[in-house]
Design a binder for this molecule. Sequence first.
Ligand SMILES: Nc1ncnc2c1ncn2[C@@H]1O[C@H](COP(=O)(O)OP(=O)(O)OP(=O)(O)O)[C@@H](O)[C@H]1O
Length: 523
Amino acid sequence: MLFSWMKIGASGVVAVILTLSSDPKELKIFIPANLTAIALSSYAGVELRKLQRYYEDQERQEDMLAAMKDTQAEEQLQYLTSAAERKRLYEESDKETERQLKLLQQTAPLFNEVLAVTGQSGAVNRMALGMIQNGEGLGNVLLATSEAEMQLEQAKLQAQIHQRQLELQTQQALKDAHVEVVTVATPSTPVSTEPSTSPKMEGLRKAAKVVGLETQCLRVDKAPSYERLIFSVRTEDFNTLPKFKAASKLALGISEKEDLPFYIYAPEQIAVEIPLKPQDRTYYNFPVRQWQQGERLIVLGQSLDGEVVIDLASEDTPQLLVVGTTGSGKSNFFRAAAYCLLMQGARVDVCGGKVSDYEDFADRFPTITMNDMGNTSEFVGEYFLECVSRNSMTKAELAEEQPWILFIDEYKGTVPLDDTQRKAYDQQLCEVGRRGRGLKIHVVIGLQRGAKRGKEDPQGLPPDLRDNLPCRIAFRCVDATSGRMILMRRGEAVTSLQGRGDGIVQSGLLDQRFQAYKFETIP
Ligand SMILES: Nc1ncnc2c1ncn2[C@@H]1O[C@H](COP(=O)(O)OP(=O)(O)OP(=O)(O)O)[C@@H](O)[C@H]1O
């Protein structure tokens, strides 16, 4: 390369010297010196062009080499990456195998436990084994197996019930006479028994075991419409209690729509209320009793703690809100309550509901009025004015006044649809609820279901009015929403009530499930 540059340089220099040495006065091209200079510079130019090509080739070669290097490096990198990935996957699968082995070792004894709990059901065992081998968490395995087992049990139970129903139908067909289903008993103290083994208790024990709870049934209390089972429970994880409840519902065959009341009964003790079959329930006739004039007692019925009585004169229970679907025993309660208050000398005005329900009252009690739903606003107005009037009385004057009680059954139907009338109705009724308590003026409002006042339901119950009705009674409701709206605690329990007078009363500290007295003919 150096030789080429030297050749170009020498030819160039000689060409320049020859050009400079020419005589400016005699400028002729075709003299030997000029021709030589031109030839030399042409030669230098050709050589320069060659060199340029040479360098361009060199550059191209270098670029190609660099590109080749890059490609190779990329391929190498890819190879190395995939090798590393393969290694990682192998390591992970090794770890997974190791984990599975460890899990199997750890769960083998527990799987035995699952087998012991789930019994000899091949399908359930296979499911549990499959889940354990797939690395499913033990808690999930236990829950899934328990659910599967419960479903099997439930199916068996339903088959038994079906069988029994068929037997009963056959027996019934053989009988000519109509059999009265309701058993009416005289009030008695509820029975507490030592726990014996029953299918219910067995089911609950199994449910507790499945969710990993240590329990023991301490006592069974027999209430008129349900059995209350008291369990000792030792757990530090309170999340297991809802699981225990869900598993127990499955074990007892209680549907999703119905509640199974579970609540804390004492430290480390829970109570479960299991409904009795209709034929095992106890019903009570309304008792004959001595009444004191001037008192304002409503005798409700029997509970596990004895007779339940509401005193309208008490701070906690001056105004009542009652809810219950058809057949729950709400009308029976209204009749019984009217009777109690009339026997103590009160004035009772019945609005809404079935006026014919009180036909037998008219002859016996002069202080009762039975009114069409449409007249309710007039009575509300009259009660409101009476509140205004009694408000200015002295204590001594007030003591002389007769208690007034306004019954509004089927409240929704009594609310005016016209905006102005409804406003006045709401305001006055709310005031009667609020001020009446100290003035011997009371309201008892009945609803089929708890419906909140809103744009879409202008006849629903306004919150202000509800707040002024502090004593709540719930009979059976089909949806838990009604219960939550009416009761102050455990509202969903309304779906566990069995109808025909099975109710819950709440107010202040009072919270009792009771069986209402059956009120047929006036005693
Ligand atoms: N405390 C009770 N003890 C026994 N049976 C009862 C009791 N209360 C109600 N029943 C029975 O339950 C049925 C329904 O009662 P009731 O008419 O009071 O219910 P309701 O909720 O008002 O229903 P409806 O709105 O259809 O009148 C009746 O056959 C009644 O005899």
